[in-house]
Write a protein that binds this ligand. Structure first.
Ligand SMILES: NC(=O)C1=CN([C@@H]2O[C@H](COP(=O)(O)OP(=O)(O)OC[C@H]3O[C@@H](n4cnc5c(N)ncnc54)[C@H](OP(=O)(O)O)[C@@H]3O)[C@@H](O)[C@H]2O)C=CC1
Ligand SMILES: Cc1cn([C@H]2C[C@H](O)[C@@H](COP(=O)(O)OP(=O)(O)O[C@H]3O[C@@H](C)C(=O)[C@@H](O)[C@H]3O)O2)c(=O)[nH]c1=O
Length: 288
């Protein structure tokens, strides 16, 4: 039976994939931080070589973009060096490695939407550290990896969704009547439940290369908040505001919208839909 090592199995995306692997009865080892700690990269190779997995699904990361900006050393160790050690061990074991990267590797070029043919140029330390992680995967596990770049990820419900959609849904459900949402920053959404289905398929088919995985549409947080308001029949007001109203440590790019020129080759069943439809699927499943 296929032996799969999962990092970050407790996170927004990792929890979907871990659940799916359990249902499929794969032989999985979920390495939590007590066994595989991103802050101690040099211990990682030894741990993985002991396990000898055939597949590594690497989801663990420092996903607090502002913390990465305030502490670039942490971003470098967690997202770059730890990934490099995982990639080295993967290469040594002959394991297929999946790495989740981010639309945040783009932005400095100032385009509205980026595909796999665009050269990454990040605007902040989180994006840089994820890009360095990509380079490490390609260098140390050259023929046996898949890099999936996700957009603004949605998923996980009240416990695991610490990002924008989770915060807006929580505000509405807790009775707020005046919401504010940024309208001068753009991106694409990725529903973690759909990405998880694709990851299971890609694992079984040992897909390789670099792919973008996001719903259709490059949109603002304001567009998303308005759509959530419609889905939840919100009767209050949603005000469009400039990003400067939410002062954050890390600069966000004007746009981190992504689309794929290759995903359709991997099978039509997994192509994400229009962003509003995919958002509605998630919000409908969000139980507080
Ligand atoms: N969220 C998003 O919008 C996007 C995320 N991505 C990428 O997708 C992947 C999954 O993200 P997401 O599910 O949102 O992440 P989460 O922030 O929800 O979860 C992060 C995971 O990493 C683990 N982790 C954090 N620090 C350590 C550590 N020191 N040692 C070991 N494990 C650690 C956490 O464990 P614990 O539960 O113990 O804290 C948790 O399982 C990441 O690689 C991220 O960069 C890409 C694009 C967008
Ligand atoms: C709370 C709140 C935030 N905002 C805005 C401020 C800011 O621009 C934005 C912050 O949202 P988030 O915290 O979801 O954004 P951010 O941390 O930038 O999310 C990023 O996470 C990492 C892991 C990635 O990989 C990226 O692709 C991206 O998804 O939301 C509002 O407009 N209204 C609100 O009520």
């Amino acid at each position: 039976m296929m032996k799969i090592l999962i990092t970050g199995g407790s996170g927004m995306l990792g929890a979907y994939v871990t659940r799916a692997c359990n249902i499929s009865r794969y032989n999985i080892v979920v390495a939590d931080r007590s066994r595989l700690d991103l802050s101690h990269p040099s211990a990682i190779e030894h741990y993985i070589k002991e396990i000898q997995p055939q597949v590594i699904l690497h989801f663990a990361a420092e996903t607090d973009v502002d913390l990465c900006e305030r502490d670039p050393r942490r971003a470098g160790i967690y997202n770059h060096l730890a990934t490099e050690h995982i990639a080295r061990a993967s290469g040594a074991c002959g394991a297929w490695l999946l790495y989740i990267s981010s639309s945040n590797v783009f932005g400095a070029e100032g385009k509205t939407c980026y595909n796999e043919l665009d050269i990454p140029l990040p605007t902040n330390y989180y994006g840089r550290s994820k890009l360095m992680g990509e380079l490490a995967v390609r260098a140390h596990c050259p023929d046996n990896h898949l890099i999936l770049r996700a957009g603004w990820m949605i998923g996980g419900g009240p416990e695991k969704d610490h990002k924008f959609v989770g915060k807006i849904v929580q505000q509405i459900k807790s009775g707020a009547t005046e919401l504010r949402a940024v309208n001068d920053r753009l991106g694409s959404i990725t529903y973690a439940g759909q990405l998880s289905d694709f990851i299971i398929w890609a694992t079984e088919h040992r897909q390789t290369g670099t792919l973008h995985f996001a719903s259709c549409g490059t949109i603002s947080r304001f567009d998303i908040a308005r759509a959530i308001g419609d889905i939840l029949d919100f009767k209050g007001n949603i005000h469009p505001v400039k990003s400067s109203l939410f002062p954050l440590s890390a600069p966000r790019p004007f746009s981190e919208g992504i689309e794929s020129v290759y995903l359709s080759l991997a099978g039509k069943a997994f192509i994400p839909g229009f962003w509003k439809d995919d958002l509605a699927k998630y919000v409908a499943s969000f139980q507080v």
